[in-house]
Design a protein around this ligand. Structure first.
Ligand SMILES: [Zn+2]
Length: 330
């Protein structure tokens, strides 16, 4: 194998790692495409009483920090060029992921696990992802895969406006633990990542800040900001989840089952939110060394208790009420 080829393969693996790392929750996401689902004329979606958000602009539900940092990256002089580079690299990464999933996971369709396929279509319809008249900027209906794993997780990987549909993967462990509304809420979270193109912008943010990391005293600050951005992206997508479920108890139920690792007993959302308050109080009064050590922990996702508390706060907000008012009950 030539040095050039080795370098190229290493580069692809690096890209894959960056893209996967940049687009997760403990519900992670990737995306890919399928020909059978790649049909924008989806008939036979039973009507639901939920509000539908046709043409929903993702800036409406982005967490403020996510909104601010994404806008800065979009406005940066390098942005267009870097975006083009990533958009050219992505298909290779997606192709590898897609082939891997096709070889070892179960792809959901009208014929395969139709109940889950319906949940996906309905979530897409509510978030305005499915349109009769698609444009090149629209997101295609994602391919949904079920992967066997003892780890409860979900993830997505995709860019907008590409020929191939995005990919969403949900693991068997998460599927077994959740009710159908909760599974749909999880799909909604992943659709949020797709609508916001977190894979693209978080990767761009990481690339743009790389030179700053080498400056004296800047490395830690830059890493912390990127870390906060990744956490804010998760809050954003919990909001997308709520927009799909339109019931915060459903979203919180899915999250708590994920964090507790069991669905054997029913659990209280209110008690879990109170646990967040208790955590914050105890953290404040903790030994400074302990506190510093906890705060320095690098996490790809927000603290579980904080996530549920943030979700409940947004569910009570005027911002959420106004988005609901802006939708139609078609
Ligand atoms: Zn996520």
């Amino acid at each position: 194998m030539s040095l050039f080829l080795i370098l190229k393969l290493n580069y692809l693996l690096l890209c894959l790692k960056v893209l996967l790392v940049s687009s997760l929750v403990q519900l992670n996401t990737k995306s890919s495409s399928s020909s059978s689902n790649n049909n924008n004329n989806i008939p036979n979606i039973p009507p639901s009483s939920r509000v539908v958000f046709v043409g929903l602009d993702e800036s409406k539900f982005r967490h403020p920090l996510d909104r601010d940092l994404t806008a800065r990256v979009q406005a940066a002089p390098f942005s267009q060029l870097a975006q083009e580079g990533l958009r050219r690299t992505y298909p290779l990464v997606e192709e590898a992921v897609r082939l891997d999933l096709l070889s070892s996971s179960v792809k959901v369709s009208r014929q395969q696990l139709p109940e889950l396929y319906h949940l996906l279509l309905e979530a897409c319809r509510v978030l305005g992802i499915y349109r009769e008249e698609s444009s090149s900027k629209d997101i295609k209906i994602p391919d949904l895969y079920i992967q066997s794993s003892s780890q409860a997780n979900a993830f997505t990987l995709a860019l907008r406006g590409r020929d191939a549909p995005p990919i969403i993967v949900v693991t068997s462990s998460l599927l077994d633990r959740c009710s159908e509304p909760e599974i749909q809420a999880i799909i909604g979270h992943e659709l949020g990542h797709l609508k916001c193109e977190h894979s693209l912008y978080l990767t761009l943010g990481g690339l743009a800040s790389a030179p700053l990391r080498s400056l004296p005293f800047m490395g830690g600050t830059v890493d912390r900001l990127l870390q906060e951005w990744r956490l804010a992206a998760e809050y954003t997508c919990d909001r997308a989840s709520l927009l799909v479920a339109q019931d915060s108890k459903v979203v919180a139920g899915a999250l708590i089952k994920l964090f507790a690792g069991t669905s054997k007993y029913s659990m209280s959302t209110d008690a879990f939110v109170a646990q967040c308050v208790e955590y914050d109080e105890k953290l404040k009064s903790a030994n400074p060394l302990v506190r510093m050590s906890i705060q320095r922990q690098q996490r790809t996702h927000p603290l579980p208790v904080r996530r549920v508390a943030e979700l409940e706060k947004w569910a009570e907000s005027t911002e959420y009420a106004n988005i609901l008012k802006s939708g139609s009950s078609a």
